[in-house]
Ligand binder design. Structure first.
Ligand code: ZN
Ligand code: ZN
Length: 396
């Protein structure tokens, strides 16, 4: 006998007594009905045998003060008949007495494979059935649930990240199937109580003096069996839902940044507030420019002659060009700054373009160049290395 049996079966009706009947009235009625339907008095009458079973099962519960109280409690909690649709008698009686606390406290047993209802234990299963079945609000008191937060990743072009960009963002998230409302059954049909666990979603195994509860293998812990599958979700009760949001990325959004869009996550349950959407930003590197905060960076090779003599350099910016003055005698590695040519924030603050000069040494020179350079060398004082030469002498 299972919780499901208790919820589905009206034992008072089976014994033809009122809910308020005394234990004597119940006993009297049971004896009369059992006598009438007893197989010994009705040989070969299958209907009578079925009635005898029903009456015996009812009396096994109502004839026991403790079980009757539990039965009454459960029926009042779940509302009589709430599960009658689609329920199927199992014909089983006897077995372990069901403990009401199993139903409400049994978080340990549900776990795992209950994908159909979002991974909760069977408390969730029942509340889901309830909200779908329209029975009174006697189940777990629970306020409207806030929708889940959603994480998404987006890759932006370097230039888009610097200037800001508005992009459609397509989100794929698991959702409840609209066709079957998550129960996995073809519209017009109803999932049946699992005949193995009788809808509890768990089975109990006894081993010596221990007993183990485990998710029912027949129904994967769901408690119901879908005979005709929903064509939309193929019986899983879930579908992948796609939604497209338009997201505005502000100028200067950085690689690795996490942007929170309040209320753009999954919608809440029963009018609860929506969750948040967190967008992880990746910025694709640019082939020319680098970025440090709001400054853009650029490396510009110059010749030794340009470094020595000075020159005007025309370099690209993100949206044009700028001419920079390289003064005579500029050392390699010097950084020139083009003000305001970096990231321009929406409030008008702007970073700079930082140009790093890189004096390149030619691997080969012409004979004329070599001769000119040798003349140059003869005219040039040696490099300032005295401080190193002093140290070198100590070792020679
Ligand atoms: Zn089962
Ligand atoms: Zn479906």
């Amino acid at each position: 006998m299972s919780s499901k049996d208790w919820i589905e079966k009206d034992y008072y009706a089976a014994l033809g007594v009122d809910k308020s009947a005394s234990s004597d009235e119940i006993k009297k009625s049971y004896r009369k009905l059992a006598r009438e339907s007893h197989p010994d008095h009705n040989p070969g009458d299958a209907g009578a045998e079925e009635r005898f079973k029903t009456v015996s099962e009812a009396y096994a519960v109502l004839g026991d003060e403790k079980k009757r109280r539990e039965y009454d409690e459960m029926r009042s909690l779940f509302g009589s008949g709430a599960f009658r649709r689609g329920a199927r008698g199992t014909g089983q009686s006897g077995g372990a007495p069901f403990d009401v606390s199993d139903l409400f406290g049994g978080g340990g047993a549900g776990g795992g494979g209950d994908a159909r209802f979002g991974g909760g234990g069977f408390t969730d299963l029942f509340s889901t059935i309830f909200s779908g079945g329209g029975a009174g609000g006697a189940a777990r008191p629970r306020g409207p649930a806030r929708g889940r937060d959603v994480e998404a990743e987006v890759a932006l072009d370097f230039t888009d990240a610097v200037r800001g960009v508005t992009l459609p963002l397509t989100l794929r998230a698991p959702g409840v199937c609209d066709t079957c409302h998550g129960n996995g059954a073809k519209p017009g049909t109803t999932p049946l109580a699992c005949p193995v666990c009788h809808g509890a979603g768990v089975t109990t195994r006894n081993q010596g003096s221990f007993s183990f509860s485990e998710p029912c293998r027949n129904c994967q812990g769901v408690g119901t069996i879908v005979e005709e599958k929903c064509p939309e979700c193929h019986g899983t009760g879930g579908v992948t839902k796609t939604r497209t949001l338009t997201v505005r990325f502000p100028a200067g959004v950085a690689d690795g940044q996490r942007i929170r869009l309040a209320g753009r996550g999954e919608p809440g349950d029963r009018g609860g507030p929506a969750g948040d959407l967190f967008v992880h930003v990746k910025v694709r590197p640019d082939e020319l420019f680098g970025r440090t905060g709001d400054d853009l960076t650029l490396n510009v090779p110059i010749t030794y002659a340009e470094a020595v003599l000075g020159t005007d350099l025309r370099v690209p910016t993100l949206d044009g060009t700028v001419t920079l003055r390289v003064p005579p005698g500029t050392p390699t590695g010097r950084v020139l700054r083009a003000r305001g040519k970096g990231v321009v924030r929406n409030d008008g603050r702007a970073g700079d373009l930082l140009v790093t000069l890189d004096v390149v040494v030619p691997a080969k020179v012409s004979d004329e160049a070599r001769a000119a350079l040798e003349t140059f060398a003869a005219q040039t004082p040696p490099a300032a290395r005295e401080h190193l030469d002093a140290r070198v002498r100590r070792f020679s």
